[in-house]
Design a protein around this ligand. Structure first.
Ligand code: 5RP
Length: 230
């Protein structure tokens, strides 16, 4: 299968924008695929304006949306969403996702949890038959972070604070990130439950149990992920 992730993002962005209906309350996730969705939605609104209420899961998405002419409200207005559109880093055949590569996992889970319908847009390189050799982002409190990291390493030894130029990467909510490298994750939900309960851990990047529609593109075609397809 030919794979062109950058073209796929554009194709998926247009597909996602086509799923938005006038009057919807829309949740917008974060990441480069979501950026393509925002741009395509802005383009659609420019050509044929309609009313829309949106909340976005990251400050970057808020800025992108405003620049594209997509109206965004404060997150405090977050009620039930008709549709949430987001990306993912990996998706397995059971539609369990790893998210958080872009550091917005906490807000993304909130947005997805509020949605009647969740649409996940992924290029075909993100599909995995099983979760092996994966990196799962975790959001942790900065307070006493070395102790939290040590607790995480008791579960998953290869876990490291995410840093750029020697400084911890901070989320929009002032949290730090840990990237946990796991050889094999046969039960991602169990791992999520075990790690999320550790003191200092706010959330993990394992997203399971959402009634999410996963839509895939290789840069040309667009298709829904069927459970046995990855
Ligand atoms: C950010 C996310 C993103 O949705 C995920 O990292 C995918 O990003 P991209 O579309 O840039 O590949 O979970 O926290």
């Amino acid at each position: 299968m030919a794979q062109n992730p950058e073209a796929a993002k554009r194709v998926l962005g247009v597909y996602g924008a086509g799923q938005v209906e006038p009057g919807m309350v829309l949740g917008i996730g974060s990441g480069t695929t979501v950026d393509a969705f925002i741009d395509a939605l802005g383009e659609r609104l420019r050509h044929a304006p309609f009313s829309l209420v949106c909340v976005a899961a990251s400050e970057a998405s808020v800025a992108r949306a405003r620049a594209a002419g997509v109206p965004v409200q404060a997150p405090e207005s977050l009620g039930v969403l008709d549709l949430a559109v987001d990306g993912a880093d990996q998706v397995n055949p059971e539609r369990v996702m790893i998210k958080g590569g872009g550091a917005a996992l906490v807000r993304e889970r909130l947005v997805m949890s509020q949605a009647r319908r969740a649409l996940i847009l992924v290029d075909s390189t993100k599909l995995v038959p099983r979760m092996e050799q994966v990196t799962v982002p975790l959001a942790i409190l900065p307070f006493a972070w070395p102790a939290t990291l040590a607790r995480i390493q008791e579960v998953t030894p290869e876990a490291y604070l995410r840093q750029v130029d020697g400084h911890p990467v901070m989320t929009d909510d002032g949290l730090y990130l840990v990237d946990a490298h796991v050889d094999d994750l046969p039960n991602p939900e169990d791992w999520h439950a075990a790690v999320k309960m550790l003191p200092g851990v706010v959330d993990t990047g394992i997203f399971a149990g959402f009634p999410a529609e996963v839509v895939v593109s290789d840069g040309e075609a667009v298709w829904p992920l069927e459970p046995c397809q990855a």
